[in-house]
Design a protein around this ligand. Structure first.
Ligand code: ZN
Length: 61
């Protein structure tokens, strides 16, 4: 389990409905090269950024 460095809330990447309160928020932008922003569900501060290829290349949403 990871903790938000800003407010100390435990956060998870799992999309488990029972844990939705602690699930890190993800905002995904882009069609081919996806940019994703992770933010804390409690204090809404940014936890990190990432990018991956999706869409027609990998079939990922
Ligand atoms: Zn936080």
């Amino acid at each position: 389990m990871a903790k938000c460095p800003h407010c100390g809330t435990e956060v998870t990447l799992n999309a488990n409905p029972a844990n939705s309160k602690t699930e890190v928020r993800r905002e995904v932008k882009g069609l081919l090269k996806k940019e994703v922003l992770y933010s804390c569900p409690s204090c809404e501060k940014v936890l990190g950024f990432g990018s991956f290829f999706g869409g027609v290349i990998t079939g990922r949403p």
